[in-house]
Design a binder for this molecule. Sequence first.
Ligand SMILES: *[C@@H]1O[C@H](CO)[C@@H](O)[C@H](O)[C@H]1NC(C)=O
Ligand SMILES: *[C@@H]1O[C@H](CO)[C@@H](O)[C@H](O)[C@H]1NC(C)=O
Length: 235
Amino acid sequence: MDNPPSLMPFLIIIIIITFISFTNHPTINTSDSNASTLPLQITSVFTLSIKMHSSTLFITLTTALGLVSAAPTDKTYNPTKTSAAPRTTHTVIAGRGGRLIFDPDNVVAEVGSIVEFHFNPLNHSVVESSFDTPCQPKDADSFFSGFFPVREGQSDEVFQIEVKDTRPIWFYCAQNNNAHCQSGMTGVINQNFDRQEFSLRAHKELAAEVEGPSGVQGGIQGGWRIPNPNPLGGF
Ligand SMILES: *[C@@H]1O[C@H](CO)[C@@H](O)[C@H](O)[C@H]1NC(C)=O
Ligand SMILES: *[C@@H]1O[C@H](CO)[C@@H](O)[C@H](O)[C@H]1NC(C)=O
């Protein structure tokens, strides 16, 4: 018979968090507080503590019990939100298996979720385009990851974007050495499946006909380039 899993490690974590949140509170400066405001400040600090404790306790316990949803991967990087609500992260591998592809290249991602690009060899990038003008940035605000020269395995950084609305997001690799975009290195997030004339297949056909070089943005923008949270992910 296995012993039931010990709760001891989680209790220790909770105690440490409790201690840190108490010691981190701004100290009450009694010299400029008078009798009427002091109890109020103590009360609000105490309430804040309780709030922090209950939310950290909740997170710790739900994480411990594995109740946090795990679809499809669960790296919850929260660059814009301070809330601790987990966000879904969709992983896309640029150049998987040494091929000129994004895998997957047809992503369905709910508003508010993150799409995280990992980079295999060679020297790939990801740029946002429009449906009808493949291999070119959509506009001055198009996201661009910069280039990721990789010799083997994965890049030590990834590029994340946030899905802000339900409109299709088209993207491509801007590497002109071997014409990656024209060779099939395009993809879409939230294709309109009711309009086959705007399908990924149709987009790839347009991309294959693009003459001349792909466009690049001036600099990294429209997302976050962060350390690879899963460098040994096996792709
Ligand atoms: C005491 O608190 C009141 C209300 O906030 C404030 O107006 C007053 O200046 C304070 N007195 C001192 C001595 O800090
Ligand atoms: C990666 O590709 C970009 C764009 O073609 C190029 O500017 C850069 O020098 C390349 N990096 C390496 C290390 O080959």
